[in-house]
Design a protein around this ligand. Structure first.
Ligand code: AP5
Length: 215
């Protein structure tokens, strides 16, 4: 059966890392709203121009922009063979809109997976995150270091840092998560689809738990 999943959790909890691996295993689409927005910023599209001011400060981009984006993916059939939504929904209104879209299009949601990690772990992970601007591969000091310092293993491009991984911005992202995103957990608990996982282990350990829960 094709799987339809939502990944929730604070910044740096490993949603993206695990979504890439699980989407490959389940052969479903991986939709990271953060990646979609970062590409839009890079390309200077109207969405990117509007999103950039919020993203730099670690604030959320207005709901209607993200809801419209996901709705288009559903109606265009991009999610018809299963999906992992990584970073959406992020507010209660987004979760409510998503439920309406799913109901209207008869899309069942099997699970909303909550990745649980401490603030200390988040700050440590994000201060060590580097990514490849060409292929988007993610590295981490000390958890996943490239073979050659500062260079992507896959394509040799110079690794970069995300501007919103600066510690002050990370602290704001954590605050925004607590105020605006965390309330979604109760929404999915009421819908009986919430699965909570301890995401503090190594990437392999977390993947094992994830596969046991939803794979
Ligand atoms: P987004 O890109 O979604 O950022 P985020 O949720 O803050 O998540 P991150 O990408 O920082 O972390 P992650 O949980 O995916 O962890 P990762 O696997 O990368 O969003 C960015 C911005 O876009 C938002 O702030 C907002 O402005 C906007 N936005 C996006 N969606 C939106 C929405 N729906 N509504 C409104 N605005 C929206 O891992 C992090 C690091 O840790 C990596 O270096 C990784 O290698 C390492 N790592 C991963 N797992 C482990 C592990 N088990 N042990 C050790 N290190 C690990």
């Amino acid at each position: 059966m094709k799987k339809n999943l939502v990944f929730l959790g604070p910044p740096g909890s490993g949603k993206g890392t695990q979504a890439v691996r699980l989407a490959e295993k389940l052969t479903v689409a991986h939709v990271s709203t953060g990646d979609v927005l970062r590409n839009a910023v890079k390309e200077g599209t109207p969405l990117g121009k509007e999103a950039e001011t919020y993203m730099k400060k670690g604030e959320l981009v207005p709901d209607h922009l993200l809801v419209g984006l996901i709705e288009t993916m559903i109606t265009d059939g991009k999610l018809k063979d299963g999906f992992i939504l990584d970073g959406f929904p992020r507010t209660v209104p987004q979760a409510e809109s998503l439920k309406e879209m799913f109901d209207r299009n008869q899309v069942p949601l099997q699970a909303a997976v909550l990745f649980q990690v401490s603030d200390v772990e988040v700050v440590q992970r994000l201060s060590g995150r580097w990514f490849c601007p060409q292929c988007q591969a993610t590295y981490n000091y000390p958890a996943r270091v490239p073979e050659k310092e500062g260079v992507c293993d896959r394509d040799g491009a110079a690794l970069q840092r995300r501007p919103d991984d600066e510690e002050a911005v990370v602290r704001n992202r954590l605050e925004v998560y607590r105020k605006q995103t965390r309330p979604i957990v109760d929404f999915y608990r009421r819908e009986s689809v919430l699965r909570e996982i301890n995401a503090e282990g190594s990437p392999d350990e977390v993947f094992e738990v994830l596969v046991r829960e939803v794979g």
